[in-house]
Design a binder for this molecule. Structure first.
Ligand code: E4P
Length: 215
């Protein structure tokens, strides 16, 4: 399973990359707005650190604007993936980019047929938003399971990127459901490598050792 970080914050990206298990980065307009920083400059900085896929989202809602923005983003670095909304215009742009060999991430996917359509259009990634579905009393994980079944039925190569991940339990369930990738806030990445019994056990080992040998 690939692990991406869901942030436009450079410090978080550096810290996650230093852990040695970071495969890519996703950004979105809200995340870059939080940074109050130029988007193109930040994407350039991110691509200098992470060699795996880096998603750069368009803000246009119409096909022509998406194509213009996406083409500019794609020139930033070879690992840029153009992030498009799961709308009819996004689908058209996805098809054109795919035909041109430019990778795409179709975001804001909330139902299985959006995932089917974008796979047909050659999307590299599809991003089902599990946390936001849970927020409105739906079942985000059920969407992941349905997309997995559809893609496996027909052999679609589009990767399922679980997005809007809120906590470690989402991660366990995504891994069990066969999501190809999960994009995760830095806080959750840190939680993935922790357990209170690890901390207690480590403390006890060191205390026992010191008691016996000093130091
Ligand atoms: C995915 O690419 C999005 O950036 C992200 O996962 C959205 O998550 P949120 O629902 O926590 O904003």
């Amino acid at each position: 399973m690939d692990l991406y970080i869901d942030t436009a914050n450079l410090d978080e990206i550096k810290q996650a990359a230093d852990m040695g298990v970071l495969d890519g980065v996703t950004t979105n307009p809200s995340l870059i707005a939080k940074e109050k920083y130029d988007y193109v400059k930040r994407l350039t900085e991110i691509c200098a650190i992470v060699k795996g896929p880096v998603s750069a989202e368009v803000i246009s809602t119409e096909y022509a604007g998406m194509m213009e923005e996406g083409r500019k983003h794609a020139k930033i670095a070879p690992n840029i993936v153009v992030k498009l909304p799961s709308t009819i215009d996004g689908l058209r742009a996805c098809k054109t980019f795919s035909d041109e060999g430019i990778k795409t991430n179709l975001t804001l996917c909330f139902q299985p047929l959006q995932a089917l359509m974008v796979a047909k259009a050659g999307a590299f990634l599809v991003s089902p938003f599990i946390g936001r579905l849970d927020d409105v009393a739906e079942d985000g994980m059920d969407l992941i399971r349905k997309i997995r079944a559809i893609y496996d039925n027909y052999g679609y190569k589009t990767k399922i990127l679980a997005a809007s991940v809120r906590h470690p339990k989402h991660m366990v369930e995504c891994a069990l459901a066969g999501a190809d990738v999960a994009t995760v806030p830095f806080s959750v990445i840190k939680q993935m490598m922790g357990h209170p019994l690890t901390d207690v056990g480590l403390k006890k080992f060191l205390e026992d050792y010191k008691k016996a040998f000093g130091g």
